[in-house]
Write a protein that binds this ligand. Structure first.
Ligand code: T1G
Length: 690
């Protein structure tokens, strides 16, 4: 017997209440929609019912259409649009009672109702664009009629949820309550039972100026902007076409997006992100940290402290030197102030976050806290020294975490009396912005602690991915191969600006040379010096970056790196001195420079990621291939509309990628030894994701 996913309750003084009850997020799959349609029909045909209320169980309205259903054969039976038309064509008022979240098709269902009542604290949004889609159930037609074209443009093209308060100000929500939202909606419906107010009948406020500006701002369609352009086209229909024709246009554009590679890739990332939190042998945890200490007040220490305070945690920032601590305090205050001035942070929330931050020059401050994150210099001896000290001071149940980006977690844990409580929490710069948290498990790290770290990531609004302990873990291990190929291509004749342009056109916001100038060449110089000790002597090695560092060209922080920078300006200016430096290194290394095509740059940089990514999966550093993609999308801004390096290789064709890598091996040698896993999958027609 099929479990009902909705209920109909007719005992509310003539106001019928339809409840969607399909955990975890009341997604509007085919069964839910079929039941909804049946309930709406019975309300419309039941004389005892004067009006209807639609709501959701488990504290949320709905997470929208069932994303699992996309790409599958269209189920028979009524669609969400059919339910909406039945409500609009019917003779009775419907009120949507919103609580928790109303996203995508969920909010569109509410828009087809005559009125919307929401509990304060509810978040509503048209998040389809994050899945490479557009609101395909009237969110480009009813929404602009309810809140005006420009506000609808922000919601549909931005994809960010808004608060119920803001939605009320815009006119999307008709009444707010702090009480029981269903009771409030039933009372509202009874009071307005004779006042139909269909969104489709309202005029669209606004003109095309916002549409044109949005088109200019949107990424080119072929570079991940397809959904944005189609959404704007659909919204334009609200201005230029009658409602029903504009709805057909919206549907046609929606279906093109649903079947597009860009949306398939973004939907893959949506589920991959959630899959990453499921680690075999690791118990689910609802751990929440209340207090923390961050040791090290540099760029990473400061960013991590903000991320913790943003997550509601009371944080003490510790550094040996009072001047360093003071500088961190000023930098953090400045960062919050600029976010506030950009209107992306409310004053009261900013003050709450600043109040959670404390500063100290004494390690004693760690004594009582739940979580300690070490973010000092990327030198093993310095980190070991810190861990010896915190091992003596920290609570027995405290989490001892290191933000190392490359070093051996086991070696760090070994200097403590509790290696099972030591874990890597590798944040990405800027740590208060980047969504990825690479959680590094040591040989002795307890499974419970890994579960707690995954829960901590969720508490911080980050995506936690568990990585094995090796040099560079998942992300930086692959990055080293990507950067190596970049440096080799420079020696062979490419320029920093050519490589950066190709990588930007591929879809990353920044190429490797603008990126290293931002991060600082000195950071990776320290890592290279350590790695050089282990590198086989005859193995090809590019001296370009070492030479830059010996000249003090550390990037933006010194006004010159691969580009030069005017003071106070971050715009990269190509520097002929750098090209001459590269030519001299090439001459010294006996490398004849040649014309390098964009295609060769793209393949060597991206396939270097793919090949090493396959090795990372094969040796278990990553639990699954999709984790590698999640790391690169959220840690290195790899375009989510390409799904990540491994998904990109799969859509390109593993055989073709493998053949190119074999060709590179013949031309460039051992660095291009094909990953055995990639070779096996490519020659057997296999998949990373099977
Ligand atoms: N469909 C199917 N499954 C969904 C889902 C959805 N819409 N939303 C969430 N899930 C699953 C998710 O995979 C996970 O499963 C579990 O629910 C909990 O999710 C016609 C075309 C709602 C804010 O973009 O943003 O409507 O891993 O871990 O942190 O125009 O999920 O446990 O097996 O994320 O509390 C538009 C997407 C769809 C919203 C809850 N909707 N979801 O966050 O839990 S397109 C969205 C979210 C559409 C119409 C169009 C979040 C959430 P599992 P979770 P959470």
């Amino acid at each position: 017997m099929m479990t009902a996913r909705t209920q109909l309750d007719l005992n509310n003084n003539g106001v019928a209440v339809i409840t969607i009850d399909s955990p975890p997020v009341n997604a509007l799959g085919a069964e839910v929609v079929a039941e909804l349609a049946a309930h709406v029909d019975s309300v419309l045909s039941n004389d005892a019912a004067v009006a209807g209320v639609i709501t959701g169980a488990n504290g949320i309205f709905s997470g929208g259409a069932d994303i699992h259903g996309f790409g599958k054969p269209t189920p028979s039976g009524p669609t969400l649009r059919d339910v909406q038309s039945a409500i609009e064509r019917g003779s009775k008022v419907f009120v949507a009672a919103l609580e928790g979240i109303a996203f995508g098709g969920g909010l569109e269902l509410a828009q087809a109702c005559d009125y919307r009542v929401a509990r304060n604290g509810t978040r509503v949004g048209q998040s389809e664009i994050k899945l490479g889609l557009l609101p395909g159930a009237g969110g480009t037609q009813r929404l602009p009629r309810l809140i005006g074209l420009d506000a609808a443009l922000d919601m549909d093209v931005g994809g960010e949820p808004i608060s119920s308060q803001r939605a009320h100000e815009l006119g999307l929500i008709d009444e707010l309550t702090d009480g029981n939202v269903v009771e409030a909606a039933v009372a509202f419906a009874a009071a307005h039972a004779k006042e139909r107010r269909r969104a489709r009948d309202l005029a669209v406020r606004g003109d095309r100026s916002g549409l044109d500006a949005a088109r200019k701002r949107a990424e080119p369609a072929e570079r991940g902007g397809l959904a944005a352009h189609y959404t704007i086209d659909a919204l334009e229909g609200a201005l230029t076409l009658p409602f029903d024709e504009a709805m057909q246009n919206e549907r046609a554009l929606f279906e093109k997006l649903r079947d597009s590679e860009q949306s398939k890739a973004r939907r893959y990332v949506f589920f991959a992100e959630r899959e990453a939190s499921k680690v075999p042998g690791v118990p689910r945890s609802s751990y929440k940290a209340k207090t923390a200490a961050v040791i090290g007040s540099g760029t990473m220490g400061g960013g991590i402290s903000m991320a913790l305070a943003n997550g509601g945690i009371d944080v003490t920032v510790i550094d040996v030197d009072a001047a360093l601590v003071q500088r961190a305090k000023e930098t953090i205050a400045r960062n919050y102030d600029s976010t506030f001035r950009k209107g992306r942070l409310a004053q009261d929330e900013m003050e709450r976050r600043l109040a959670r931050l404390h500063y100290s020059t004494s390690l004693d401050a760690i004594a009582g806290v739940d979580l300690i994150i070490e973010a000092v210099f990327e030198e093993m001896d310095v980190k070991k020294d810190v861990f010896r000290k915190i091992d003596k001071l920290a609570r027995p149940d405290a989490i001892l975490a290191t933000n190392t980006s490359t070093l051996d977690i086991d070696a760090i844990a070994a200097v403590t009396s509790r290696p099972e409580r030591v874990i890597g929490t590798h944040f990405f710069s800027p740590a208060n912005v980047m969504k990825l948290l690479e959680i590094v498990r040591g040989a002795k790290t307890s499974s419970e602690l890994i579960g707690d770290a995954l829960s901590l990531a969720k508490q911080l609004g980050k995506v936690g991915v568990v990585a094995g302990n090796c040099d560079g873990f998942i992300g930086n291990r692959m990055l080293a191969h990507y950067r190596r190929e970049g440096d080799f291509l420079l020696e062979e004749g490419a320029t920093p600006q050519q490589i950066d342009r190709v990588i930007r056109e591929f879809g990353l916001p920044m190429g490797p040379y603008a990126m290293v100038d931002l991060a600082g060449l000195d950071i990776s110089w320290r890592v290279r010096k350590r790695r050089n000790a282990e590198r086989p002597p005859l193995r090809r090695y590019s001296k370009v970056q070492d030479r830059m560092c010996e000249l003090g060209r550390f990037g933006q922080k010194t006004g010159a790196g691969f580009y030069k920078y005017e003071s106070g300006n971050r715009a990269p200016i190509p520097d002929p001195d750098v090209e001459e430096l590269i030519r001299s290194v090439a001459r010294e290394s006996g490398i004849a420079q040649r014309e390098i095509t964009d295609d060769e740059i793209r393949k060597r940089c991206i396939y270097a990621l793919v090949n090493e990514g396959a090795n990372v999966v094969a040796d278990g550093t990553a639990i699954r291939a999709s984790d590698v993609d999640v790391v690169w999308v959220y840690g290195y801004a790899f375009p989510s509309w390409r799904g990540g390096p491994l998904r990109y290789a799969e859509t390109t064709g593993l055989r073709a990628v493998y053949d190119d890598i074999v060709a590179f091996q013949k031309q460039h040698g051992v660095y291009w030894t094909p990953s055995p896993l990639l070779a096996q999958l490519a020659t057997s027609g296999g998949s990373f994701f099977a």
